[in-house]
Design a protein around this ligand. Sequence first.
Ligand SMILES: Cc1cc2nc3c(=O)[nH]c(=O)nc-3n(C[C@H](O)[C@H](O)[C@H](O)COP(=O)(O)OP(=O)(O)OC[C@H]3O[C@@H](n4cnc5c(N)ncnc54)[C@H](O)[C@@H]3O)c2cc1C
Length: 371
Amino acid sequence: MERRVFLGGAFAAAGIDRSKAAMGPTGLQDFDAPLAPVKVATEREIASRVGFRPFRAEGFVVRSEALGHKLLVHNYGHGGAGVTLSWGSARLALSAAGSKNFDSAAVIGAGIIGLTTAISLARAGVAVTIYAEASSPETTSDVAAALWQPSTIFRTESMGAAAMEQFRFAARVSHDAFRDEAGRPGRGVRWIRMFDLSETPFGSERPEGADLYPGSRPSPGAARRFGVAHAECYYALVIDMSVYLPALIAEFARLGGRLIARRFDSPAELGRLDDAVVFNCTGMGSRTLFADRLLTPVRGQITWLKGQPEVDYGYVFDGPQGLLYMFPRENSIALGGSMGWGETSPTIDENDKRRMIEGHARISARLSRQL
Ligand SMILES: Cc1cc2nc3c(=O)[nH]c(=O)nc-3n(C[C@H](O)[C@H](O)[C@H](O)COP(=O)(O)OP(=O)(O)OC[C@H]3O[C@@H](n4cnc5c(N)ncnc54)[C@H](O)[C@@H]3O)c2cc1C
């Protein structure tokens, strides 16, 4: 089947309105309007945390298999984009459960993937119990920055066509969902002005669709203000996980869902649950629980500074001293940029923290000079 036709069919089935995809925010400042510098200083730090992106070079896993008399549906391995792909991946997981008629299900995991899967099931009238060793604020999902952007998910050369199709579908369904939530009270989802910064020219690859980056254009003006060789600007969605995850947990409870603290050490233990259908949303946990050795942790570290309401933009700078990114939350500013491939240390790396603080302070100083 021709690829383009298949995509069109999939979007129609998903109820995605293509005309909406390019719609951006209203009421946001133009890219050339002033940018308030972030006050980067160690004494403004609220907290620093480490998390492990569940990266899989071949792409995230959504598929079903038999578990004794039960149906087991996997939904894990979303790397640095679990938030970005969440609602779309949940929709794929529900369709992977297929035509099996079930009125109750167990979801293992209470991160963003478990919660969106559980809510999607509950909205469809299924009675859902979430079992999870940890829940918010103790999951990887709580550490996410979180920008809507598919990054650190797979290696393009390791991806088959079906996995790429699955990725595009999940990205677009999720973008649709978050766009509809932007600005809704109590959800923590909003549009911001985004700037991609680099000392080398950008590649043009956006396999999920360039229309998901409204307003996207090269910006020599932003390059001058940030003091870098190249800049691109666009409007982006950011999700404040300190607001969004509690909102999802409250919504799940309102829908009648139950959340039970429990760890599983083997698939056989899952087989002893009452529900006929079990959704595995354990993120990095699938490396041990299901022996998926293709899952690789990509360690990340974020430092949150005190909030600055006047900071209504974010940036990602791929610079000579490594990656740096900044996104505003409702009550804080997230500073990030660490990527530890295969690293497993849960403690704060003070050297990397210093690199990030100094790097962000340099960017902020350049912006101050351009005001
Ligand atoms: C520093 C950093 C920045 C990031 N920034 C972004 C971003 O800007 N945008 C974005 O989209 N994504 C971002 N991510 C990626 C995102 O955080 C992950 O993709 C996402 O959190 C994965 O969600 P999850 O629900 O699969 O896993 P988790 O949040 O880890 O949840 C897994 C759940 O399964 C449970 N579990 C695991 N094993 C077991 C077991 N054996 N028994 C019972 N329960 C179990 C856990 O307790 C937990 O409840 C970032 C990640 C990091 C670390």
